[in-house]
Each structure stands twice: as C-alpha cells, then as structure tokens.
Write a new protein. Structure first.
Ligand SMILES: C[S@@+](CC[C@H](N)C(=O)[O-])C[C@H]1O[C@@H](n2cnc3c(N)ncnc32)[C@H](O)[C@@H]1O
Length: 306
C-alpha cells in the first residue's frame, strides 16, 4: 500500500502517544484480569488494527509489545489457566509490517519459553478489509469471542463509523479508538467526512459550532484578534466584522460566546463567524461607513474599531 503519511518507517514517539499507551496498558491490565479469570470464556482476542512498526525511534515499545507485555507480566497470569489469548497485529504498510515482524520475533525469543496459551497472528492488510473479514467469518447466530480492539489510525478516514457500529454490536467487543477530532474539524467542509458519519447527523453538527472562550489578544489597529477555547485548539481567528455587539472590537481577556467555522486563516484553523460578550445576546449591526474589500467584507482601512 502507498504510505498515506509523511513519517519514516519508524518515527519519534510524540508525547500524546505516550499518553495513549498509558491508557492502553492500564485498561488492558484490568481487561486481562477480568477475562483471564472468568471461567465463562475459553478464548479472548486483542485486535491491534493499526499496529505500527512495533517500536519508536528511541526504541520505546509500540502498542503490540505493550499489549503482550501487559499480559505476560500480569500479576495473575499464572492463574489465567487455559484461557487462550489471541493477539491480531495488523499493519498495512509493508516496511512497517516487516519491522513489526522483527520486533515480535525478538519478544518471542526474549520471553522463551513462549506460553502455549498466547498466540500471535500478524496481518498486513487494510484494517477495513481485516475487520470486515472478521465480522463476516462469524457464523449466523454466533457471537465474537470477547475482543478488545485498539484502533489507532492517523487521522479519521480509515475507520468508517458503520464499521465501529458493527464491531461494538457484539456484546463483548470493546474499542479503544484514537478519534482525531481536530482532523475532522479541519476537513469538515472538504466533502470527505460525510462518508464516515451518518450524513444527516453530521450536517446538523454545523449548527452547533458555538463555544465560550477568552480573547487572547485583540489588535485594535488591524481589526482582528484571537479567541481561545477548548473547541478551537490553537486559537480561533476573529475579524472585527464578526463582532456582534454595540462596540466594534474585543478586549484582551474578555469572555465571549462565538460561532466558529473550520478555516485556514493566517495560520489558524478556526475562524469566528460571530462573536459577542458572554451572557449577552448577539447584536446584528450595520457598518458605519460604506466600503467593502474584494471579498465583500468591510475594509479595515475604512472602518476602524473604536
Ligand atoms: C498511529 S500509527 C500506529 C501506532 C501504534 N498503534 C503504536 O501505538 O505503537 C498508525 C499505523 O497505521 C498504519 N496504517 C495506515 N492506514 C492503515 C490501514 N488502512 N490499515 C492498517 N494500517 C494502516 C500506518 O502505517 C501506521 O503505522
């Protein structure tokens, strides 16, 4: 498969990946404890659908090694008896898959003798195909064995919501998914998000893009500023024509309500469509003097903020 990202085969581990790994290992530790000790299940699956190359630049372990170590180092592993643990490690990129195979072979050597109850299945497929194969292979009326799926894609496009729905429709299937909210926002108007969501629901989200924030800075002479809020990471660019109050400008530190849209605006990924002081109603106002620029906006030169 052609690599869809610009990273090398093995890359440096960013801090957010460390956070993701901490959540993964803590959750899996509890999950193994529950399903390993249960006499109800003979077999459980861990599906790492976007397994990566198995390690990072600085030799930090990747998710497949962490998942295996969490089981093999579990304080109750000896009591898990005959429960069969199937690990399915899937990576689509050929070079990363080769790296992953090498890393897993090393883990097996280091952990020899390898327990008979732990099986590794290595796959080099598009996750969507793998998950569809898995789901269609279940005979009618039967259920998937308890499955923990780690879905750690770059961006959001590789895992349609319908696939997630089908996986979690099995009662003992749990997902830990990396959902890249920022990418979805960024490409919300590009026309390729719709196929990953139920179209109607997604379209209605546009009406809900209103947030509370604080004005980080306001450049009076230039008529623009930046608003910070949890919904607009990195800041939301605001032009004075979007200020819906009797005054024509915002003030640094001011609390505001604002409507935003995804944008590529002067280095910011969000642009305010309307801004007004918190706890007040937006006021639609007319420009004081005429004069619009080529985009139909009122020119900054002609109407300065007060
Ligand atoms: C975020 S990285 C995985 C990191 C790994 N889970 C970890 O924590 O160490 C995403 C991986 O998915 C692979 N990938 C991209 N698209 C894929 C697809 N459609 N199916 C399977 N793997 C894919 C990429 O090559 C990349 O190695």
């Amino acid at each position: 498969m052609p690599r869809g990202d610009k990273l090398p085969t093995v890359w440096e581990r960013p801090p957010h990946t460390k956070a993701k790994h901490d959540i993964l290992t803590r959750y899996l530790g509890a999950w193994f404890g529950i399903f390993g000790s249960s006499s109800q299940y003979q077999r459980v699956n861990v599906l790492d659908g976007f397994a990566g190359p198995g390690r990072y630049d600085d030799d930090e372990p990747g998710s497949p090694v962490l998942a295996l170590n969490t089981l093999l180092g579990h304080q109750s592993f000896a009591k898990f008896g005959n429960t069969q643990f199937n690990f399915i490690f899937n990576e689509w990129d050929a070079e990363r898959f080769a790296s992953l195979q090498g890393v897993l072979a090393d883990v097996k050597t280091e952990r020899a003798p390898w327990p008979a109850t732990v099986r590794m299945i290595e796959r080099n497929q598009n996750f969507q195909d793998l998950a569809s194969d898995l789901l269609t292979s279940i005979p009618a009326g039967q259920k998937l064995a308890p499955t923990f799926a780690f879905i750690d894609q770059f961006g959001y496009r590789d895992v349609p919501m319908a696939l997630i729905r089908d996986l979690v429709s099995h009662p003992s299937c749990e997902l830990f998914i990396y959902f890249d909210f920022n990418s979805v926002n960024r490409f919300a108007n590009a026309g390729n998000v719709d196929t990953h969501f139920t179209a109607g629901d997604f379209q209605r989200m546009e009406d809900q893009m209103v947030a509370e924030g604080t004005v980080r800075e306001w450049r009076v002479e230039e008529g623009w500023g930046v608003i910070d809020s949890a919904s607009t990471p990195g800041g939301c660019w605001a032009f004075f024509t979007s200020v819906k109050s009797d005054k024509r400008h915002l003030v640094t530190g001011e609390r505001v309500s604002f409507e935003w849209e995804p944008a590529d605006q002067d280095g910011y990924r969000f642009r305010a469509v309307g801004v007004w002081p918190s706890r007040s109603e937006p006021v639609d106002r007319k420009p004081r003097r005429s004069g619009t620029d080529a985009d139909g906006r009122t020119a900054v030169r002609d109407i300065r903020p007060e």
